[in-house]
Design a protein around this ligand. Structure first.
Ligand SMILES: [Cu+2]
Length: 582
């Protein structure tokens, strides 16, 4: 059964109490809310507000705003009329989403804004947002990451859709496909050239396709949390690293030995936050979550970082005893682990889970006993000689208390198992063809290896060049109904995260070894190259263009948004299937 939604008035009252009714009342008097307020470091992880579909429809008004802080950092946020930020949109397959987005971004007056505003910026308002294509720091749009909805304006189109500030709200209106896998998806801006600054400023939110318990019955009845990890500019870049790195303090591994802690230390490329609670370098004061002793919860974790990889782990500590704990992985990128129809193996216990920027994992987490403390950490990720420093750091301290408040949402118990997929499992389909795509980089000035880099994602055989937003020529044309194998090769010395809009894919080979994962992904890490390697590292993906909703033109790109903004992106056109002659 679906949860009965609270009446809107009651929800607003609850939110007002949560935010501090006085402050909201004052704000309402003045007609102005603080833009993008954020919790303090070390505080409790707040839950984003849940907005649930009612009678098959979720309708909301959202504004996107930005502000510059005294410390020089820039914030971007999605806000509801009551001031709450980044709501979680919860819909069932088949439901309608109607989202009216009001662009309230302002020119924050930094040099970059003045110099890189797109031509035509002054008269943007008169331009049809569906055909604008004018990508500027104050224009915006929305991408619904992972959903197979058509790449057309007002649904999930990002190559031409550009909403200028002011004017009337822009309406997104589409149906969640009936066969969309149940799990965690997300929304964020996708303005080419300016995605990284808007997303790292905080413009992102979760979208849940309900029904995970229908695929994975073990999650039914569990209290659930949505945990959004974001990155942002380092607030104290000049601080010396802490003398004791809390996540690298030695602990024992499963054999009882002192475990390898890796070398991840030093200043990170970006600070991280947990549902907007900052965990800043150098001391990393962890955000806190209270849980009842031994309680089991479902955590839906989104890596909404612009460039930071997560390598999640859970460490339990009792006195001098420290040990890694397993977490039960139930879904990746919105797809349950038993998506291939197999009734067995519906989840896996893992102690380290790599989550590239843009990816999601849904986890069964066990609360420790009273007297044992626990920390969710992200471990060092070796991003390659040209990559960003991504050290060990804690994210969340779990505090056990018998009377800890329960999360707002509980996963319902399944009313019926998920219908079996209507199409044959992707892993069993013979691909129509195989293509090769190549990640590469080169210095702007080849004589100066330390100069800025150019970033390419090239179809093998084509000349590497940055994505051209003015071009209407796709880099690739495929036929709806086809399944293809794509080899993604990395010729650069840093990690990249391959993502394609509209579809999910299956990993069929990793570094030349067949793996045939039983589930699907939409964002995948591609290992980096070093001169010692005999071959460029590559992965092979089985790409699924069978769904008619994929027809149209859309991008594929690196989900390290700095790379995407710099041109590591391409355009694919899926042609409609020809109607057979009678
Ligand atoms: Cu990249």
């Amino acid at each position: 059964m679906r949860d009965t939604p609270l009446p809107l008035g009651m929800l607003l009252t609850l939110v007002a109490v949560g935010l501090g009714a006085n402050r909201l009342a004052r704000a309402a008097d003045s007609g102005v809310l603080d833009s993008c307020p954020r919790p303090a470091a070390g505080t409790a992880v707040p839950e984003p507000r849940d907005l649930r579909s009612v009678h098959g429809r979720l309708e909301l008004d959202l504004s996107v705003e930005n502000t510059r802080e005294a410390d020089g950092t820039t914030r971007y946020c999605y806000r509801l009329g009551d001031g709450s930020e980044s709501p979680t949109l919860r819909l069932w397959p088949g439901d309608w989403l109607v989202l009216r987005l009001r662009n309230r971004l302002t020119d924050l007056g930094n040099k970059a804004v003045a110099s890189d505003a797109a031509p035509g910026h002054a008269h943007e308002r008169s331009v049809d947002p569906c055909r604008s294509g004018a990508m500027s720091p104050i224009s915006t749009n929305l991408h619904f990451h992972g959903l197979t909805v058509p790449p057309v304006c007002h649904q999930d189109e990002v190559l031409k859709t550009s909403i200028a500030p002011g004017g009337s709200p822009f309406e997104y209106r589409f149906r969640i496909p009936l066969d969309e896998p149940p799990g965690l998806y997300w929304y964020h801006p996708h303005i080419h050239g300016f995605s990284a600054r808007q997303v790292s400023g905080g413009a992102s939110g979760a979208l849940i396709v309900e029904g995970l318990e229908r695929a994975i019955p073990e999650v039914g009845g569990l209290p659930e949390r949505v945990i959004v990890i974001r990155d942002q500019d380092v607030v104290y870049p000049d601080a010396a690293p802490a003398a004791v790195d809390p996540a690298t303090t030695p602990f024992v591994d499963h054999d009882g030995d002192a475990a390898n802690t890796g070398t991840g230390f030093g200043r990170p490329a970006r600070d991280l936050s947990v549902n907007f609670v900052p965990v800043p370098y150098p001391d990393y004061p962890a955000a806190t979550i209270r849980m009842r002793p031994g309680e089991r919860q479902l955590w839906r974790v989104l890596n909404a970082s612009s460039v930071t990889y997560l390598n999640l782990g859970m460490i339990w500590t009792r006195g001098h005893w420290r040990r890694e704990q397993f977490m039960g992985l139930v879904a990746v990128d919105g797809v349950p682990l038993n998506a291939n129809g197999s009734p067995t193996g519906s989840f896996e216990w893992r102690d380290r889970i790599l989550v590239p920027p843009g990816a999601r994992v849904e986890l069964i987490v066990n609360g420790p006993a009273v007297g044992t403390s626990a920390q969710l950490v992200t471990r060092f990720v070796d991003t390659g000689p040209a990559g960003e420093n991504d050290p060990n750091r804690p994210l969340v301290s779990i505090v056990t208390q018998p009377d800890a408040p329960e999360p707002v949402s509980t996963v319902p118990v399944a009313f019926a198992p998920l219908a079996p997929p209507t199409r044959p499992w992707l892993g069993g389909v013979t691909p129509a063809r195989t293509r090769r795509l190549i990640f590469s980089e080169e210095p702007v000035d080849p004589a100066e290896p330390n100069s800025a880099m150019k970033f390419y994602l090239t179809v093998d055989g084509q000349v590497p060049k940055p994505f051209d937003p003015e071009s209407s020529q796709p880099n690739l044309v495929v036929q709806q109904g086809d399944v293809e194998d794509w080899i993604i090769e990395n010729r650069s010395s840093e990690l990249h995260a391959f993502h394609i809009h509209q579809i999910h894919f299956e990993i069929v080979e990793w570094l030349g070894v067949a793996i045939n994962e039983p589930f699907l992904r939409d964002t995948i890490n591609v290992p980096y190259w070093t001169p010692r390697m005999a071959h460029y590292p590559s992965i092979k993906l089985r790409m699924d263009f069978r769904d008619p909703d994929t027809v149209g033109t859309f991008p594929y790109h690196c989900h390290l948004l700095d790379h995407e903004d710099a041109g590591m992106m391409g355009m694919i056109r899926v042609e409609p299937k020809p109607v057979p002659a009678q």
